[in-house]
Design a protein around this ligand. Structure first.
Ligand code: NDP
Length: 247
């Protein structure tokens, strides 16, 4: 039986754990071949590849630090070689960091931007020559790109605002080729980065109208929609998935 992403070739950065792993598994369940990158957690990456292959599609994990432009470019080229091209590029790899400006250091700012922004830029530059016409670029941003919910978020928030601007520009650049570029902006999602029983949750939960953290699989459902033909008139925008946290 044909699935909605059958024959599509996807690369998901940071696909070993959390939201990226859920997206990788969902794209595979929808019929796409999926390559993931990861930073260092080989075991988790292998688990994701096992789940991808269990869907009867190709899976591969490549170690590539998103902050290392050469490593990212090599992973993109390797993906295109392994799958015969790329239709769906999901920039998910990201780190949380930064602190209040009184304590912030420029090195921390650069660390966060190197992964959350430089990684998105180097990955897209490398992928564009391989991306099929009609392809998709999905960036996992954050509602922090629009709203600074608590003190100490400036660096992380700015990194997520930056990808909005990139997506808007790239949407115009790539529209002639039918390539759509959008940003998913999750609110609090239960992962290792932001566990629903962690200290951050105590502050965030009261501000979520639906009264709970989101699940990575809920973000993955939106990514699957944006990766599919059903999103054909959506480009250059941001879509929040936050249980109403920014309402
Ligand atoms: P996790 O920390 O749970 O997982 C991070 C994933 O990204 C892992 O697969 C990790 O690989 C990979 N990764 C981390 N750093 C790098 C790097 N330098 N190079 C390559 N891969 C890397 O995070 P989440 O799943 O929670 O977050 C995923 C994305 O969603 C991020 O962009 C984050 O900013 C965003 N987001 C998350 C929210 C949340 O509440 N959880 C809310 C809003 C946005 P490895 O396993 O090898 O370490």
């Amino acid at each position: 039986m044909s699935r909605k992403l059958s024959g599509k070739r996807a690369l998901v950065t940071g696909g070993s754990r959390g939201i990226g792993a859920a997206i990788a598994k969902r794209l595979a369940a929808d019929g796409a071949d999926v390559v993931i990158t990861y930073a260092g957690n080989r075991e988790a990456a292998d688990d994701t590849v096992g789940a991808i292959e269990a869907e009867g599609v190709k899976g591969l994990a490549l170690r590539a630090d998103a902050a290392d432009g050469a490593a990212v470019a090599a992973a993109v080229d390797r993906t295109a070689e392994a799958l015969g091209g790329i239709d769906i590029l999901v920039h998910n790899a990201g780190v949380f960091g930064g602190t209040a400006i009184e304590q912030e250091g420029f090195e921390e700012f650069r660390r966060v931007f190197a992964v959350n922004v430089d990684g998105v830029v180097s990955g897209t530059i490398a992928a564009v020559p391989h991306l099929a016409d009609g392809g998709r670029v999905v960036i996992v941003g954050s509602v922090s790109g629009d709203v600074s919910m608590i003190p100490g978020m400036a660096t992380y928030a700015a990194s997520k605002s930056a990808v909005q601007g990139l997506a808007r520009g790239w949407a115009r650049d790539l529209a002639p080729r039918g390539i759509l570029v959008n940003v998913i902006q999750p609110g609090p999602i239960d992962t290792d980065m932001n566990p629903s029983d962690g200290d951050m949750a105590k502050i965030m939960l009261p501000n979520i109208p639906l009264g709970r953290y989101g699940r990575a699989e809920e973000v993955a459902a939106l990514a699957s929609f944006l990766a599919s033909d059903e999103s054909s008139f959506i480009t250059g925008t941001t879509i929040d998935i936050d249980g109403g946290a920014t309402a």
